[in-house]
Write a new protein. Structure first.
Length: 109
């Protein structure tokens, strides 16, 4: 049993499954207001197909654009989080299908 259960958080109408993800949203919302990033999206979905058949859908935590135009896709993880096989498969399928890189942001308590 997990000694530290996840606690869902709602911020600005968005529901986050963990306090860490909500905290990262707060950081990104600040950067958005400061003009450092633009086009902040919460929980963008990436459907993946193989041979024109639906295979999986990867849902990132955040997607945004930096000042220099780079698109950043993030997934928030805690220190010591063990990534299950299904997550790793969805993430890798998404990266290969779209030719992107998903940045894992490690946040401690």
């Amino acid at each position: 049993m997990n000694r530290f259960p996840r606690r869902a958080q709602v911020v600005d109408g968005y529901s986050f499954p963990s306090m860490r993800e909500a905290r990262r949203y707060g950081q990104l919302a600040f950067l958005l207001r400061a003009g450092e990033i633009s086009r902040l999206e919460v929980h963008p979905e990436y459907p993946v197909e193989i041979n024109d058949q639906p295979f999986t859908t990867y849902t990132a935590d955040f997607r945004y654009r930096t000042k220099d135009g780079k698109i950043v896709i993030e997934d928030v993880k805690s220190t010591g989080t063990k990534k299950d096989a299904a997550y790793r498969l969805r993430k890798k399928a998404c990266e290969l299908y779209y030719g992107i890189t998903v940045d894992e942001i490690i946040l401690s308590k």
